[in-house]
Write a protein that binds this ligand. Structure first.
Ligand code: ADP
Ligand code: MG
Length: 143
């Protein structure tokens, strides 16, 4: 699926729509440069999942978790930002395996940094800046 957006609001709408299709255990991997709109997209995902808390960038803590009810089932939404991680050892020590469970929905910014460790079954979202306010968003479901 491809979309073109002309504002953060439109990007959030695309994310909200994707959120409605996610099942428990879903992993969403975000790709795109600094300022592409990955965090904006995460905010839309959270909104689409019915999470009303404000989602802010976890840059200094690498991960934030948001407990929520998904079709009445208690799940955790994990927002992970790997921007500051340095090397493979850093990432191995994060305990990511513990968040990739059926009781969570996980979204990662800078997912390319752990590409080999990502679950095969995931949704890849690539955001490309093509103008000050225009973004090209590609969504690919991998099985
Ligand atoms: P990233 O997490 O990829 O580094 P952010 O989501 O933090 O990027 O920031 C994206 C920036 O681009 C924000 O300042 C946002 O207002 C701006 N922006 C402008 N147009 C768009 C758009 N169409 N979609 C998303 N963000 C946009
Ligand atoms: Mg970000």
């Amino acid at each position: 699926m491809e979309a073109r957006t002309n504002s953060p609001k439109e990007t959030k709408k695309v994310a909200e729509k994707l959120a409605k299709t996610l099942a428990a255990g879903s992993v969403v991997a975000l790709f795109g440069d600094l300022g592409a709109g990955k965090t904006v997209f995460v905010q839309g995902l959270a909104k689409g999942l019915g999470i009303n808390r404000k989602v802010i960038s976890p840059t200094f803590v690498f991960m934030r978790s948001y407990p929520f009810l998904h079709h009445k089932k208690p799940l955790t939404f994990y927002h992970i930002d790997l921007y500051r991680g340095q090397d493979a050892t850093d990432f191995r020590n994060l305990g990511l395996d513990e968040v990739f469970t059926e009781d969570a929905i996980v979204v990662l910014e800078w997912a390319e940094k752990i590409k080999d460790a990502l679950p095969k079954k995931r949704v890849d979202v690539t955001i490309i800046s093509v103008g000050e306010k225009t973004r090209k968003i590609s969504i690919k479901v991998r099985k």
